[in-house]
Design a protein around this ligand. Sequence first.
Ligand code: SF4
Length: 268
Amino acid sequence: MPGSPTALDELRAALSDWYAANRRDLPWRRTSDPYAILVSEVMLQQTQVARVVPRFEAWLERWPTVASLAAAPRGAVLGAWVGLGYNARALRLHAACALVAREGWPTTVAGLGALPGVGPYTAAAVASFAFGEAVAAVDVNVARVAARLGAGTPQELLPAGAAADFNQAMMELGATTCRARSAACADCPLEAWCASAGRVEVPARAPSGAGRPRFEETNRWVRGRIVAALAAGDELPREIPPERLAPALDELVREGQVTRHRRGLSLG
Ligand code: SF4
């Protein structure tokens, strides 16, 4: 930890000032609506910010409230998720909103963490951004910044009464300045307190794609093509050989993403 409570306060103030001056204007940062924040966090779990922004805005326009999403057919929800990948996220988000529409919002980390598809990080993010709970939201970026700082855990660094801004600032620093593969210490507001300043060793990058199949060779790609075709009202893609198509389709049916009818297939 920094040497004294005063130093810790100075660190927090430096981070807060830096965030105020450098924060990216992202749509989910303009709201404290738990539904909008949950949607953004689920989308951001495995999709990059730039791709999420337009999809988030379109989603909120189509389903502006938790009740509207809860009432939507599963097939429509899956169709609107096409292109974001990892479709199971959409079904879990839908299930979480159905539960909230029936029972109301849990307002604590523990309650939020019991919702379908909401893990510890997402629960903490919603609890702090929407409900003001004094809890650190620790994603990989925040964990990395705290580890490099060597100045305490994110929860120990958290200022009283300003959890939401602190969490956003730590995430922003990890996403833009103290990155996994580069640390711009000279531009960092925490340099004066950081145990790793100027000494970050970036691990060597594995040769790109080495040993990994191309995306088009993966089962994920086949599943994505099936869902996209059904969402568009098209037939199943004919260029995919049946020995790849059939098992992927069986999986989607088992997971509840696709339903078989006598006259064909549908999403949800
Ligand atoms: S000084 Fe460097 S290593 Fe430390 S938090 Fe800032 S960017 Fe990361």
